[in-house]
Design a protein around this ligand. Sequence first.
Ligand SMILES: C[S@@+](CC[C@H](N)C(=O)[O-])C[C@H]1O[C@@H](n2cnc3c(N)ncnc32)[C@H](O)[C@@H]1O
Length: 242
Amino acid sequence: MKDFNAKQSDPNDPNDSNDPNVQTGQTGQTNRNEATPGPHPGVAVWDRRFAATDEFIFGTEPNRFLLSQAHRFVPGMKVLAVADGEGRNGVWLSQQGLDVVSVDGSRTALAKASSLAAQRSVRLETVCADLVSWDWGIEMYDAIVGIFIQFAGPHLRPTLFQRAHRSLRPGGLFLLEGYTPRQLDYRTGGPSNIEHLYTEAQLRAELVDFQIDSLTCYDTVLNEGSGHCGMSALVDVVAHKP
Ligand SMILES: C[S@@+](CC[C@H](N)C(=O)[O-])C[C@H]1O[C@@H](n2cnc3c(N)ncnc32)[C@H](O)[C@@H]1O
């Protein structure tokens, strides 16, 4: 596992918070202006959450939206799985014959991802890094997958989308799934801070450099481990870098 978390955190988004555990009301809010070395403070909250159980919080099966897009992947494609957590999506992508980089800030989650990859006899390159300060690279990937990456609020989110755009090759695929504000009624997973949830208008504005092939808001029952369980308000985006 490559580990980039020893680098100085980039406190470029002091208003951004990370609420990884809406169920227990933890907020993970910390002063990101502190000039201390180490990852984005929200990452430590996630790491503790992943370390608290041997279970896979979001399950070991791939996200349903990702699965529905299987036809877009061709063996050999280089794919970045952003904030891939315990690797359910990165491992499934590897099983499709793709060359996957699974990046996440939590070392504990990535250890689980590596064990899942070993169990399924696939290769998964894991990178432990804070996506706020990590160098995503330029035109490196044929596809980037962001499934529930809503640790980013309104100040950080456009930056992450720009980095995704920059590190995709022209024609590259961008898949994104997240919760919409109606999720605050369901409270079956995701951030409790409305600013971290996606609206159609906000996504269309922030993804303006992408060609959006489809953007679909809908409610459905999720059954992804204990972390995402029950009726959920979702938005799925399929986009390409022109
Ligand atoms: C809701 S989980 C989603 C995990 C995975 N995408 C899935 O769907 O199973 C959010 C993930 O974001 C990661 N994360 C939060 N802040 C991060 C940051 N600044 N840099 C890298 N990863 C971060 C957490 O460690 C966690 O794995």
